[in-house]
Write a protein that binds this ligand. Structure first.
Ligand SMILES: Cc1cc2nc3c(=O)[nH]c(=O)nc-3n(C[C@H](O)[C@H](O)[C@H](O)COP(=O)(O)OP(=O)(O)OC[C@H]3O[C@@H](n4cnc5c(N)ncnc54)[C@H](O)[C@@H]3O)c2cc1C
Length: 365
């Protein structure tokens, strides 16, 4: 474990760069900052699941600091989303709902969030390490002249001084680094989806919804959205799947994935893969699980022909039940599996499919 205490955002050896020269504002005074904030991603008419996960950890941090938890909701026709955020743990929702915010743009969303942070001075701001979060949160941190820890997997409060401990994998996943932002505020982190646990929805929770009207200048984006194209990445939603069948180099070829698809279909699950099989061109990157792929937390994860390298298991270790099929009884994946089948996957998987289909017939499913 490496712990780094930093004056994130304004430190620079030899005074080569001064923050004033970059035209940024002076950082917020830590003494004037209070509260935990979550940027709540809203797209295609729904809240992103990571927003609810962040409220789960945000609630713990806010309770530990004895401060309020707020959500910032930016979009158009956000409907019931503010109520959902309160039911999942928020005390306050800042709602910025305007037709011109229907599509995400870095500059408009960034200007609105930056202005809200300057006005209300939260001590902590969390956002999802999603395409949207990764796109504009670093710019917000930069304008506010504070630091940002990306891709956190653990967050907690240090008892002695109330600082946010931001833990993330570093150096190729070989160590976990804990980063503390000592002097600048807010302390900002992005968090990978499926790492934190959301609170159960409580329809009786009370909270305050504050309507925010953005200025014309904040809404004036330099970006014009001409067309929205849903990428393969968005279609392959392994992060919300409750059953995942994953394949690795043990499949030998792209053809091997036909078997994985059949097993996944028999269980109503989704297909995932290791980086080795993605790099081999057997399946697309949106299916990749791991440090440089997606993090998943299904009820059942069946790993077929996967050795269990750290960089892969970093993305699936939160699965409730892990089944591993591997012909090498010493494969590291067996160290974390709840059930292990030692043998040739090309013999085991077809037998599994046959048994599952028989059972389904028996149960009329
Ligand atoms: C910076 C960095 C980032 C990385 N990010 C990721 C990432 O996000 N995701 C990821 O997955 N990897 C990632 N990797 C790569 C990772 O280190 C491993 O190389 C990779 O996960 C191995 O994939 P694999 O298990 O499919 O292949 P292998 O390690 O080659 O394992 C194949 C397994 O299949 C078994 N096998 C072979 N034939 C059969 C058979 N017929 N029946 C049953 N079992 C069989 C073998 O015994 C073996 O255990 C990263 C590496 C680096 C350096």
């Amino acid at each position: 474990m490496l712990t780094t205490e930093t004056d994130q955002g304004i430190a620079c050896d030899g005074d080569a760069i001064k923050s004033e020269e970059l035209g940024r504002n002076a950082p917020l005074d830590p003494a004037s900052c209070s509260g935990v904030w979550v940027f709540s991603e809203f797209r295609r008419g729904a809240l992103a699941s990571v927003s609810l996960e962040l409220l789960g950890i945000g609630r713990k941090l806010a309770d530990s600091r004895k401060v309020s938890l707020s959500a910032v909701l930016i979009g158009s026709e956000t409907g019931e989303a503010a109520g959902q955020l309160i039911g999942h743990g928020a005390d306050i929702v800042y709602r910025v709902d305007d037709p011109s915010l229907a599509n995400f743009t870095d500059d408009a969303y960034g200007a609105i969030l930056t202005a809200l942070i300057r006005e209300h001075k939260p001590e902590i701001v969390l956002a999802g390490a999603t395409a949207i979060g990764r796109s504009f949160i670093p710019a917000v941190a930069n304008i506010l002249n504070t630091g940002l820890t990306g891709d956190c997997t653990e967050l907690s409060i240090r008892e002695e001084d109330g600082a946010l401990l931001q833990t993330k994998p570093a150096f190729g996943g070989n160590i976990m680094a804990t980063i503390v932002c000592l002097h600048s505020r807010p302390q900002m982190s992005t968090v990978r989806p499926k790492v934190m646990t959301p609170l159960a929805f409580d329809g009786n929770r009370q909270g305050q919804i504050i309507e925010v009207t953005p200025s014309a200048a904040q809404l004036a984006s330099r970006v014009r959205v001409l067309e929205l194209v849903v990428s393969e990445q968005d279609d392959v939603n392994i992060q919300d799947a409750s059953i995942i069948v994953a394949g690795g180099r043990g499949l030998d070829s792209a053809q091997g994935f036909t078997l994985i698809h059949k097993l996944a279909d028999s269980l109503g699950g989704s297909v995932a893969a290791t980086r080795a099989s993605v790099d081999a061109g057997w399946i697309g990157y949106p299916h990749q699980v791991g440090q440089t792929g997606k993090t998943v937390a299904p009820q059942l994860y069946i790993a077929c022909g996967i050795s269990g390298a750290l960089q892969h298991t970093a993305g699936m270790q939160s699965a409730e039940t892990i089944v591993a099929i591997n012909r090498d009884k010493n494969a590291p994946i067996f160290g974390m599996a709840d059930y292990g089948l030692v043998g040739d996957l090309f013999e085991i998987v077809p037998k599994l499919i046959t048994r599952i289909m028989e059972k389904r017939k028996l149960w009329g499913k």
